[in-house]
Design a protein around this ligand. Structure first.
Ligand code: SAH
Length: 288
């Protein structure tokens, strides 16, 4: 074993003659037991941003139940023979109720399947992974959580925005732009957020963005602060649009940011001027 290699990993595999080069397919990943559910984060979009555990789960599962925001390119890595079930909205049909999805997961696990529940980003970040795992626990179904890179961090990185930077923000707030009914969440103290959080990262916020901006301005946020939309983050069609917070409504009359989009409030445009690395030829590789 090469010096400095992690000695907690058993069965260090080497390619012929290539001392210390561990092959992924010989690693001791946790066993995906029949009758269990793995809630797996697929990352923000670019397939290369998935974790090794997520890849392993795709190689060993019996069925994948996946959400609308999962990049279909990722599903190419699901082992041949495993079943694919879509759990999002399709062709204008109403989306399945969360309750139905959870019941389906429980049923599949109780039938002895290795169930991979694949979600965009991180399953515990505005992904209802909390609710799903809670119900699995209640039903006595063993489960594992495989975290993913959330759009509100990985998507920012691809837009040249550090989520935190010592020169700008010692804290960051993650928010959802709508509640279960689709309206702006009423139980968020928008005034407190406006004052306390130099950078606010919002999911599902495009629709209610004008209303949210008004609430932040009413809470004392500077109208010259920047609001940034990062659409299709980490994908070759990623776009970034910015407007002063005080002009969001006018901006939205002229422009419609594509979705999915992350909305950032804060002076992060100054980072983008220097750090916007994901450009031109870098976008040509569909893996990341
Ligand atoms: N669990 C996911 C979030 C699900 S909520 C995560 O951790 O990323 C869905 C919201 O995520 C979208 O409305 C959008 O705000 C954001 N989102 C997901 N993928 C995105 C992407 N590729 N680009 C921009 N926003 C994205």
């Amino acid at each position: 074993m090469p010096t400095g290699s992690p000695n907690t990993l058993k069965g260090w595999a080497t390619m012929d003659g290539a001392e210390g080069f561990a092959r992924l397919d010989t690693e001791n990943f946790p066993t995906f037991e029949p009758g269990t559910v793995w809630l797996v984060g697929a990352g923000p979009g670019a397939p290369g941003l998935m974790s090794l555990l997520a890849y392993h789960a795709m190689q060993t599962c019996d069925i994948v139940v996946y959400d609308a925001l999962v990049n279909p390119d990722i599903l190419r890595w699901v082992r041949p023979g495993a079943e694919l079930q879509y759990a999002g909205k399709r062709g204008g049909k109403p989306s399945p109720q969360q309750r139905d999805i959870t019941l389906r997961l429980i049923e599949l696990a109780k039938a002895g399947k290795r169930v991979l529940r694949l979600k965009g980003g991180d399953p515990f970040m505005f992904g209802r992974g909390g609710e799903e795992s809670q119900n699995l626990a209640k039903a006595g179904v063993p489960f594992r959580i495989v975290p993913g890179i959330t759009a509100g961090v990985g998507g920012l990185a691809y837009a040249g925005v550090p989520t935190t930077h010592r020169d700008l923000n010692h804290s960051v707030t993650f928010l959802t732009g709508h509640d279960a009914t689709g309206t702006m969440p009423a139980n968020v103290d928008w005034g407190a957020v406006a004052k306390a959080s130099p950078v606010i990262v919002m999911y599902m916020a495009v629709k209610n963005c004008a209303e949210i901006s008004r609430a932040l301005l009413a809470g004392g946020r500077d109208p010259d602060d920047t609001l940034t939309f990062v659409s299709n983050a980490t994908l070759p069609n990623q776009t970034v649009m910015t407007t002063p917070l005080g002009e969001v409504e006018n901006f939205l009359e002229q422009n419609m940011p594509p979705t999915p989009a992350i909305v950032i409030v804060g002076k992060v445009d100054r980072w983008r001027e220097i750090l916007d690395w994901y450009a031109d030829t870098q976008r040509e590789n569909p893996i990341g």
